[in-house]
Write a protein that binds this ligand. Structure first.
Ligand code: IMP
Ligand code: MG
Length: 178
């Protein structure tokens, strides 16, 4: 274990098994349908890459980037679109791929935004869910792990743009934040 890690919350093996299971479920649910995976940059990139390789039907992949206005602790639900999709989603089944759902405000914005573009359906898949801080009810069709209200990094998720490359999900030691 790296010396800046306080605790590993989800191991590499647990992630691997879960991503395989989610991929199988998505494969089953979207057979014969035109599916586009919409990954949310940058946190979902690693999850999306592994998930896509466990989905055994042809899929399209595209990405969006968003950021919340203000600091995350005073999140107002106002989300700024930094990068839009390259493709049209009209007539397609959309699966939003997220790293982590916390207040739910980002996902709620994304679902509303994408639903206006004429897709056949819009659903969401998240690796991690922190339900304790939820501010808005948001439908999640596929969920990897429910975790306690703790700030985590790894497997795509960052603190100040670092630690995305850890192959597991972990809490950092307190001194890293100070
Ligand atoms: P929400 O709008 O509050 O659900 O925010 C979700 C976004 O906040 C995620 O996509 C992450 O970018 C960020 N986030 C939430 N919790 C964590 C965490 O524990 N570590 C790192 N980023 C987080
Ligand atoms: Mg994110």
């Amino acid at each position: 274990m790296e010396d800046f890690v306080k605790e590993i919350l989800v191991t590499t093996e647990e992630i691997e098994a879960k991503v395989k299971e989610l991929g199988e479920q998505i494969t089953e649910d979207y057979k014969g349908k035109e599916l586009i995976l919409v990954g949310i940059l940058k946190g979902a990139v690693i999850f999306m890459g592994d998930l896509a390789r466990n989905i055994h039907i042809p899929v399209e992949m595209d990405f969006m980037a968003v950021s919340s206005y203000g600091s995350s602790s005073t999140s107002t639900g106002v989300v700024r679109l930094l990068k839009d999709l390259d493709c049209s989603i009209e007539g397609k089944h959309v699966l939003i791929v997220e790293d982590i759902i916390d207040t739910g405000l980002t996902l709620s914005y994304l679902i509303d935004n994408l639903k206006k573009r004429g897709p056949k359906s819009v659903k969401a898949c998240t690796l991690l869910d922190k339900p304790d801080r939820r501010k808005t009810e948001v439908p999640v069709a596929y969920r990897g792990f429910v975790i306690p209200d703790e700030f985590v990094v790894g497997y795509g998720i960052d603190y100040a743009q670092k630690y995305r490359n850890l192959p597991y999900v972990a809490a950092l030691k307190e001194e890293i934040y100070s």
